[in-house]
Design a protein around this ligand. Structure first.
Ligand code: FAD
Length: 429
């Protein structure tokens, strides 16, 4: 059957709407390219909102770094195949600057110390080493360092967040730390409450007043209050400032387990900002097939079960993620790349994917699997040459990148998207 869908032409198509895809789309749009972007939500909606650069290396020693740039130098020396080793440090810095200034304009301000990682509190009461921190969590970073009298509050019915546990984990070095539990106003009768619902509710000023009425009597001598990350689905500056006025002390957010409001904020800020930049956004759709002859554009079929759109693109950035995102698929014998069937770096047999002990300090080899790339971020074919002249890859789909253990998830996504798009611009006829 001959399709009557008229193809949409663009300079570049970004496959993926996780952090790597969003970053690649932003970089491409900022360089004046016409961009089509396609994908489902990806891991971004699960992410804590913290943007890690590099916190741990070598993984087996669990060595923590306070200077992420020194850590990247060491990593590039020790692991020349890690994606960071393909980039200059100035490029990684420029990539972060561009992303953070875009997010700031979108109302999602991040704070960081240029040459230092910061410690952020988690819902387990552990301290996570990270780089860029949403403004809603930044006062918590300072509180962890300065240890003022602090009240941590949890919410009845909210799963995976216990103020008592946080206090129990931290109180050895922080004597003025207390916990309390509240019912979120309007949910007193519910056995389970959800972060997105509460964050949405707090967009209305009178709901903030109701919350403040519950919190204020508990504050007592505390100089600061920590809450689960629910302070507005968006307009967080307004929500936080108003709540602080009502309660009378500064407040900060602590990340929750997924689904994560800070992750949703990131997704929403990117979607809104990228649409304003003229990006053709195919939301909640998939790339079903890509055709490419030696000459001419990539011909990309997009849809759900059937082809709904056709895109012709001069280049593609593949930012389709790993197993959760759908870029990689593990079948009985091997790990496959799902769109182009590109070779995937992986252990020789399935038996080697995981080590016997789940908490093995070396990590699991499956987390190193992914695409190998050349210095221009082009995935390689079986002969070690770029599979396509104008196909680039970015994000967690790249091999040699155990981002969870190394604490480099967002950093790799952002920096490799920068590298991939700049390579496209360089090679473009
Ligand atoms: C629970 C959790 C917590 C995290 N916390 C942090 C943190 O604190 N700090 C940090 O730095 N990082 C964190 N991360 C990691 C960070 O979110 C990831 O590193 C990053 O999102 C990887 O992004 P990605 O874009 O490469 O992949 P993904 O986010 O997985 O996105 C892949 C995208 O590709 C799309 N896709 C796949 N196949 C197709 C197809 N056929 N057609 C179209 N689209 C397709 C998917 O729909 C999706 O949009 C966390 C991740 C998780 C899951």
């Amino acid at each position: 059957m001959i399709s009557d869908l008229k193809p949409i032409s663009c300079d570049i198509c970004v496959i993926g709407t996780g952090l790597a895809g969003m970053a690649a789309t932003l970089f491409a749009a900022n360089r004046g390219l016409s961009v089509a972007q396609v994908g489902h939500a990806g891991e971004i909606v699960f992410a804590s909102g913290l943007l890690d650069l590099l916190g741990v290396h070598p993984v087996i020693e669990k060595r923590l770094w306070s200077d992420p740039w020194a850590a990247i130098d060491k990593l590039a020396q020790d692991k020349p195949h890690h994606p960071y080793a393909r980039l200059k440090k100035d490029d990684i810095k420029a990539a972060f600057d561009e992303i953070l200034s875009f997010l700031d304009e979108a109302g999602l301000t991040y704070h960081r110390r240029m040459d230092h990682n910061s410690g952020a509190l988690t819902s387990l009461g552990t301290i996570k080493r990270t780089y860029a921190v949403p403004h809603t969590m930044w006062k918590g970073v300072r509180a962890l360092e300065e240890k003022p009298a602090c009240l941590i509050i949890d919410i009845r019915g909210l799963k995976g967040f216990s103020a008592r546990q946080i206090v129990a984990s931290l109180q050895n070095g922080w004597s003025d730390l207390r916990s309390a539990q509240i019912s979120f106003p309007g949910t007193e009768h519910l056995s389970e409450v959800y972060t997105e619902h509460m964050a949405n509710t707090l967009l209305l000023p009178h709901n903030r007043e109701k919350l403040a009425q519950v919190v204020r009597p508990l504050v007592k001598e505390s100089k600061i209050v920590g809450l689960p990350a629910i302070l507005g689905l968006y307009r967080t500056h307004e929500v936080v400032t108003h709540l602080e006025e009502l309660i009378g002390v500064p407040v900060f957010e602590i990340p929750t387990i997924p689904p994560s409001v800070p992750g949703l904020r990131l997704k929403e800020a990117f979607e809104r900002g990228l649409r304003l930049k003229g990006v053709q956004y195919f939301s909640l759709k998939r790339v079903l097939q890509v055709r490419h002859k030696t000459e001419g554009p990539f011909e990309i079929d997009i849809g759900r079960d059937r082809v709904q759109h056709k895109v012709h693109a001069g280049g593609v950035v593949l930012a389709s993620g790993r197993f959760i995102g759908g870029g990689l698929h593990a079948d009985r014998k091997r790990i496959r790349e799902t769109i182009f069937d590109l070779p995937v770096y992986q252990p020789d047999s399935r038996a080697e994917w995981h080590r016997r002990d789940f908490l093995d300090p070396q990590g699991h080899l499956i987390n190193q699997a992914g695409l190998e790339i050349d210095e221009l971020f082009r995935p390689l074919d079986n002969s070690g040459r770029p599979a396509f002249q104008m196909l680039f890859a970015a994000g967690s789909i790249l091999a040699h990148n155990d981002w969870k253990r190394m604490k480099c998830g967002a950093g790799v996504a952002i920096a490799t998207a920068f590298g991939a798009v700049n390579s496209f611009v360089r090679l473009r006829p």
